[in-house]
Design a protein around this ligand. Sequence first.
Ligand SMILES: Cc1cc2nc3c(=O)[nH]c(=O)nc-3n(C[C@H](O)[C@H](O)[C@H](O)COP(=O)(O)OP(=O)(O)OC[C@H]3O[C@@H](n4cnc5c(N)ncnc54)[C@H](O)[C@@H]3O)c2cc1C
Length: 552
Amino acid sequence: MPLPRRQFLTQASAGLAGTLLAGLLGSVPGCAPARSTVQGRLRGAGHALGHLLRTPGKIPPPTHVESTDVVIIGGGVSGLAARRELHRLAPGQRTILLELETDTGGNAAAGRNDRTAYPWGAHYLPIPDERDTELLAFLRAADVLTGYDAATGWPIYNEAHLCHDPHERLLLHGHWQAGLVPEVGVPAADRLELERFLAEVEQLRRATGPDGRDLFRLPLALSSTDPATRQLDAETMAAWLTRRGYRSEYLRWYLDYSYRDDFGVPAAQISAWAGLHYFAARKGRAHNAPSDAVLTWPAGNHFLAAALRQQGGPGEVRTESLVFGLREASDGLVEVLVYDARTRQSTAIRARQVILATPWHVAKHLLPSPPPLPDLAPLHAPWLVANLTVDDYPGGPGQPLCWDNVRYGSPALGYINAEHQALRGFEPDGPHSLTFYWALPTNPADPAAARRHALASSYADWLTLVLTELDLMHPDLAAQVTAADLWVWGHGMVAPTPGYVWGPARQRAAQPWLGGRVHLAHTDFSGMSVFEEAFHQGRRAAHAALAAVPVA
Ligand SMILES: Cc1cc2nc3c(=O)[nH]c(=O)nc-3n(C[C@H](O)[C@H](O)[C@H](O)COP(=O)(O)OP(=O)(O)OC[C@H]3O[C@@H](n4cnc5c(N)ncnc54)[C@H](O)[C@@H]3O)c2cc1C
């Protein structure tokens, strides 16, 4: 969509983007994007098809009946991991995976431009805990992990998939410093607090509970059951910080940034258990990389989603297939009602077991009424992801362009250099592809409001917002933007709000439904939306399905 430059600001509406923009521009007068035309459009997950669930009268009733052993609903990482596990443990089982989008991957979606593939959502995996042997086996089969060091036994990762140097930089006091922990111009008292916090979480990282388990582990279900530690789930991370005497604005910013990056919301909206888990559960080691290294790909985690699909065997995968209901048949089997957007016909698939790998706001519509678990209400922040093509090098004073580039104090989360993992020489001149991330502010008292505003905001609103943020990071670079494709995630990712991770509703959601034949598997039911949790959600559900129906 070509957009005349002057329209950028005049079209900023009263929607969420407009409100954010007003705040941003209020603090920095006079900055404005400056390109005569920008090519691009606003995209998003299959809202139109998904919203048919709200108007079931528009969906035709099933005209065909089929049968299979296991139906998997949802082709995100959780559903794909379930499919892989079923194939691994019981290759003889017949499976059908139903996905409403045109491709599998869910939040790990990807796109591409003339230069590179780029992520639309999930984009990296920190090197995993080597005790997570099944995750490592998956990575080995995907050639992400190439072997083990004979002396230490530590994994060796594929150098092409380890994030290349330089890794990350922070624009602080007008200077780009290496690393995201604030350092440049930070007063000594704040530095001491940052050090104290990092030392405290390092201790927690090594700590075990009375049950002998690590206090914090990924997947989180393996964490210690120590009541004193789980009690941390009841208060907010912000309250915990205050209680422990952490006041530094630099530390508070760094933590808010980190939590918005992983959970979509700041320290005031997550539990202290989750806030500490973020730092204390990461224990990966590698023979050829430091323990804080990450694995990433031009297409982000879509690479991993594609590998999961490939390792899932020959079972059928149907895209553009909206599941709109589940019902118990008279013989005890489950009927999965699915609408095919291509043929515009519906089918009832009779299955012995069902793995429901959709977010809860979808799953609760599919399960028969009365609506189950009224107290299960996961909070999701909406997200904006913007893929820009710029005609100049995003440099600046200090540390040169990195994979991850963040502005201190920004309401956004910065950008990834989408071409960082490209195996070609450095090209300072010519176009660059940048992927911007923005977890949009959410009021827990009315989470739907932020989503409504986000979905109502126009391409011009968002573009103004993104270009203004770019201008604050790199003055004049907004003038060099030639293309900008934007994607709004209405539900983004689940936030581990106080009481959610160890509360009763989430535990009950893990129980099977419909006479033990339907198993929920989604990061919503973990409380943390990261690849490892999705992988294990899928595995857990696959094991439950196979336990309920013994392999023939
Ligand atoms: C912007 C963004 C950035 C992220 N970055 C990272 C990152 O860098 N690293 C990381 O580890 N995690 C990241 N995440 C978290 C990411 O969500 C998880 O890692 C993981 O991909 C979630 O997988 P899932 O299968 O649980 O959920 P989803 O990805 O939500 O999958 C659910 C699937 O169900 C399908 N579906 C829904 N309703 C229906 C229906 N009625 N019928 C059929 N199909 C249906 C959906 O289309 C979707 O494919 C990010 C998330 C977002 C939004």
